[in-house]
Write a protein that binds this ligand. Structure first.
Ligand SMILES: CC(C)(COP(=O)(O)OP(=O)(O)OC[C@H]1O[C@@H](n2cnc3c(N)ncnc32)[C@H](O)[C@@H]1OP(=O)(O)O)[C@@H](O)C(=O)NCCC(=O)NCCS
Length: 190
């Protein structure tokens, strides 16, 4: 699915990606072993820009996903955030993101992008629950979701295969309306 308007917090802008946004920089993010070490795409990264553009097109055509590009004020595309597995009946969805441009890590952009998409999901889509999962050592992701207002929901053992071992780890998170204080705090912080 796509929307025409931009989501904005004054520092970053999110808009639905188009196949024309796909270029070598975006392709290299997905092929960079540091960026993709905790992403499923590492198992089968796209081979070229055409394959990646087809992925964007196919994702936009899905009824259960929004794929947003993350842009900073000078218009540079620095990463993506995806609201996926949207269940209209259960009013829930899953969030995943990457800041592909490593020079922009640690500047708060992931936290901002998560807050913006969470607000979109809760207000415009009327969802009531969001989840995100990350490998346990992925402290950057873990902390970004915490700062954006998510709460720890549990740990799933052997959820992902990591470096071909069985000792992979996963952490499940939820952002729940059952935590009214956290929910209000989220909007005040926004
Ligand atoms: C994980 C990722 C999204 C974090 O993005 P980011 O924009 O650097 O995150 P933020 O700047 O919003 O930082 C959020 C918090 O995490 C901390 N953090 C960021 N990277 C970290 C790291 N590698 N190790 C430990 N803490 C880290 C920040 O310091 C900040 O916490 P603080 O304010 O208490 O200091 C980014 O590194 C990334 O895209 N990595 C590759 C793809 C990926 O792993 N995606 C997540 C899959 S679930």
């Amino acid at each position: 699915m796509t929307i025409d308007h931009t989501l904005d917090d004054g520092v970053i802008q999110l808009r639905c990606l188009r196949p024309s946004d796909v270029g070598d920089r975006y392709l290299q993010w997905l092929r960079d072993p540091v960026v993709n070490q905790y992403l499923e795409v590492r198992h089968d990264p796209p081979k070229d820009v055409c394959e990646l553009a087809r992925f964007v097109e196919a994702t936009n055509a899905r009824e259960d996903s929004f794929l947003f590009g993350i842009f900073i004020n000078d218009g540079t595309h620095i990463g993506n955030i995806r609201l996926g597995c949207i269940s209209r009946h259960n009013r829930r969805a899953d969030l995943g993101l990457l800041i592909g441009d490593r020079e922009h890590w640690g500047k708060g952009y992931a936290t901002r992008a998560i807050r913006i998409v969470a607000k979109f999901a809760f207000t415009e889509l009327q969802l009531v629950r969001l989840t995100a999962g990350m490998h346990a050592p992925n402290q950057g992701s873990f902390r970004a979701f915490l700062k954006a207002g998510f709460v720890h929901d549990g740990t799933a053992k052997d959820y992902w295969q990591s470096r071909n071992t069985l000792a992979s780890m996963g952490i499940g998170w939820e952002f729940s309306r059952l935590c009214p204080r956290a929910f209000c705090g989220f909007f005040e912080a926004y």
